[in-house]
Design a protein around this ligand. Sequence first.
Ligand code: ADQ
Length: 468
Amino acid sequence: MGRLVVVSNRVATPTETKGSAGGLAVAVFGALKDMGGVWFGWSGDVVSETVANAGPTLEVDGAVTFATVGLPKRDYDQYYRGFSNAMLWPVFHYRNDLAVYERDEYAGYRRVNAWLAHKLIKLLEPDDIVWVHDYHLIPFAEALRQEGIGNRIGFFLHIPFPSPQVLLNVPPHEELAKSLCCYDLLGFQTETDRTAFHDYIVRCAHGAVEPAGQVRAFGRTLRTGVYRIGVFPDEIAAQAERYESRQHVLELKESLEGRKLIMSVDRLDYSKGLVERFRAFEQLLEKAPEWRGNVTLVQIAPPTRSDVDTYQQIRQNLEYEAGRINGRYSGLDYTAIRYLNQRYDRLKLMSLFRESQVGFVTPLRDGMNLVAKEYVAAQNPDDPGVLVLSCFAGAADELTAALLVNPHDLTGMSEALQRALSMPLAERKRRHEANMAVLRKNNLGVWRDAFLADLRGTPSPSAADAPG
Ligand code: ADQ
């Protein structure tokens, strides 16, 4: 059996891969350790062209090599900040209104993909299988194929795949679809995403999709599948329990003075529906006065991509909304919304989830949303909190025992909060057990192993099998 080569925009640090929290980095590293291999990608550093060209930097840990390259400023701007995060991210999350298309950024996106592929080739062995992650790297396989690489290459999309009518807003949509068809296996988070890709192939690319999911388009044949990313729920439960009596939890408890707690944790991103969430919480306090002074929303949202304009705007909106709502409903000894722009240690987060009565997870669109799954896993089974979850998160397909809400319906969300806050123990337990059973069945190991088994099972491609 060949080695595994993982390619992702950012490569996890060795500490992240050894963390006890059971995250994605740990799962991917587990497969790399078993099969031996390479984890390749951007180091996260912006460097001079000379330094970038001298890369990759190699760090060997047993059978695994971490190989990273820095990016020159222009490449960072065009590939990462520009086309990936100011164009693909908004459109794939159905926010065409926020998308900015610049031709030279798209050219930079392709150039960086080709440059990265070229760098990887020197590390590649003929029977390696290559697993590429996410929207930054759509043209990666095409670039490898153009250099004559005939290995099996799979791609997993962590974010939604938009319906064809939405994808058509990306000017080079056809080139992107053709690039995707250079993979041997495409993995999606949900059946909706996979169907959207199939629809594009049939309606816009004049390709064909066979009932078993085989796709023929642009002169290539490939497979598609649905692989729902998960967590390791029992590990999270044990960690949350272990941390339950630590200082930070005791301090939080004391500061709440018996008030109920609603927890939300997201990267600060417009796709996560934070403004709508704050307003729904405001409606709860407005329409159900008995909760005023008796429930607090803790929103943890560390800023990301702060050099993209739309992220500066969402940050300002949230500061305004939090200030406005707190001005209206907080008291001398009570803060309605505690809004924190910080990263927290994962174990700490899990114990805060366990301490809360409601997990409020309401993205406007989300590929999966691991916070929703972590929230469920972290609960005390004898006295579980309730998950209020957006129907537009991929996780809603599985966590059907959550209270599902439409994040555009503020009244619906505030009603769900009321229901969650007053839900009887028996119902909370029943819902929690049902959700936990799904998390165990579709855990993170299942996601990883199913994708890799299917990739190994794809017919051997040949470099001559180039796109038409
Ligand atoms: P994200 O958009 O980042 O991921 P999510 O799936 O929720 O969203 O994962 C975020 C991770 O970061 C979670 O493990 C969470 O615990 C952690 N995190 C969030 N806020 C944090 C904070 N303040 N401090 C520390 N940790 C924090 C993308 C897609 C998702 C998809 C994942 C995985 O957008 O839809 O589920 O990839 O495929």
